[in-house]
Design a protein around this ligand. Structure first.
Ligand code: BES
Ligand code: ZN
Length: 478
């Protein structure tokens, strides 16, 4: 039996133990956006470092500094850098993942406690972070552990970079990557990130594109304090009325962004690109089932994919300062803050996007003739990423998929954003492959987030197979 088959057999044998390990990490509520959970996020980073060190890895804990979260000064969770193996005759693979998770409350609608992993009869492993991104982050550790347990030589030198602030904008991470590009990350041949999802539920994919994100706050303020609508309604310019008007001007209900010039920078669709939509596993039927209702704008799969992958979109997220509790309060809020973001695509430039959005809102506000004050602030941004799927890193990924699943992977792009992808590519100067573990219906960021046991276990096999394929690949052929 080849060493990879021995590895697969042992992963198979350890299946239930691996589920227990996932249970252990899901139980650490490492919610980066919640100040009261910061200790848990740090504990999760320390857990990972300890496990890798037990295995024999050398780790470096980098402190990104402090953060001001709603007026509270907090320590940012550590970035855990690691090196597992240092054999100059082997290739070096750098993996990235995040050990923080999105917030989750039973009252949001979870079937069970989000931080207690539940193994369902249909194979779902339900728990916050199971797919985003604890399953994959743990997967790399279990891959290395299983090699050791089986007495199989680890095929590559593995470097890793695990952060605890991804769900809150990766504060401090870019600076660390830039500073370590010629330090800790020196010698990296290829990068692999597992933090996205298959396009469907049955066929694995390799991903070669991500959208960027430009996030804005639109602040409208007027009176010095909230007012009684019975006394002041109809006699003052209401900030909320101005805000609702402005937000409604940004995008129409068919998803078309109304900001002039925004589509000018969008790359045209080529014939070669048209072909890429032909063969992917994607159906509206499955998508509607996941959505629980047919709320799709487009009437065919191709347009849906194009609007997810290669066109910009604008979403309105919320309004701070607006009355939102139950009951009927007759208030005129004095200051409101609308939040919206655009997902950006090749070849949009974030600076140009901000300029166009600001100008449009300024013009629209001027038309209102309001005496309120209005301000547009870009709060954070990440650039889009697009890479050729022909690189040997992708060839190795495709071979690994075929070895584990017996099928060729879909080649996909994503609508979501992982801004650090581009930071690695540009600074570590190595090709990046996105190799997802989870499936389309995992519900990352949503209630009842899950990873299917099959995806989790086969994903751990896939990681091993990929590393063996990289070891056997001539990267100089790039
Ligand atoms: N795992 C996701 C990225 C992702 C989302 C990939 C959807 C594929 C599909 C990641 O944890 C995430 O949510 N990223 C943020 C980044 C943002 C805060 C800069 C996102 O996309 O909103
Ligand atoms: Zn993620």
């Amino acid at each position: 039996m080849g060493s990879l088959d021995t590895y697969f057999a042992l992963v198979e044998q350890n299946k239930q133990e691996f589920v227990e390990r996932l249970r252990e990490v899901v139980a650490i509520p490492s919610v980066s956006g919640d100040a009261s959970k910061r200790g848990e996020v740090i504990r999760m980073g320390e857990w990972l470092q300890a496990k890798w060190e037990e295995l024999g890895a050398t780790c470096k804990r980098v402190e990104p500094g402090k953060q001001n979260l709603d007026g509270e000064i907090l320590d940012l969770p550590p970035v855990i850098l690691g090196q597992y193996g240092n054999d100059p005759s082997k290739k070096t693979v750098l993996v990235y993942g995040h050990y923080d998770v999105q917030p989750a409350l039973v009252s949001d609608g979870w079937e069970s406690d989000p931080f207690t992993l539940v193994e369902k009869e249909d194979g779902r492993l339900v728990g916050r972070g199971s797919t985003d991104d604890k399953g994959p982050v743990l997967g790399w550790l279990l891959c290395a552990e299983t090699h050791k347990q089986a007495g199989i030589e680890f095929p590559v030198n593995l470097k890793f970079c695990f952060e605890g602030m991804e769900e809150s904008g990766s504060e401090g991470l870019d600076d660390i990557i830039i500073a370590e590009a010629d330090g800790w990350f020196k010698g990296t041949d290829v990068v692999c990130i597992s933090d996205n999802y298959w396009l469907g539920k049955s066929r694995p994919c390799l991903t070669h594109g991500l959208r960027g994100v430009s996030y804005f706050h639109l602040i409208v303020e007027g009176p010095g304090a909230d007012l009684h609508s019975g006394v002041f309604g109809g006699t003052v310019h209401e900030p909320m009325v101005d805000l609702v008007h402005l937000l409604s001007r940004l995008v129409d209900n068919k998803g078309r962004i109304q900001v002039p010039g925004i589509y000018d920078q969008v790359m045209a669709v080529t014939d070669a690109e048209e072909e890429t939509y032909e063969s992917v596993e994607f159906s509206h039927e499955a998508l509607v089932a996941d959505l629980k209702n047919d709320v799709l704008i487009h009437d065919n799969e191709r347009d849906t994919l194009k609007h997810r992958w290669r066109y910009p979109t604008l979403s309105i997220h919320g309004v701070e300062g607006a009355f939102h509790a139950s009951g009927d309060k007759t208030v005129i809020p004095a200051k409101v803050r609308g939040k919206f973001s655009l997902r950006t695509v090749p070849n949009m430039e974030p600076r140009k996007v901000a300029e166009l959005v600001t100008k449009f809102l300024d013009d629209e506000f001027a038309k209102l003739g309001s005496k309120n004050r209005m301000q547009v602030v870009e709060t954070h941004g990440g650039r889009w990423w697009y890479s050729s799927p022909d690189h040997p890193n992708f060839v190795a990924g495709a071979r690994a998929v075929e070895r584990v699943f017996g099928v060729k992977p879909d080649l996909t792009r994503e609508g979501g954003s992982i801004p650090v992808t581009l930071t690695f590519e540009e600074n570590v100067k190595a090709n990046v492959l996105l190799l997802p573990m989870g499936a389309a219906d995992d519900g990352a960021h949503s209630i009842n987030e899950k990873v299917d046991k099959r995806n989790y276990i086969e994903g751990i096999k896939l990681f091993g197979a990929y590393l063996h394929e990289i070891a056997a690949t001539d990267l100089a052929a790039a």
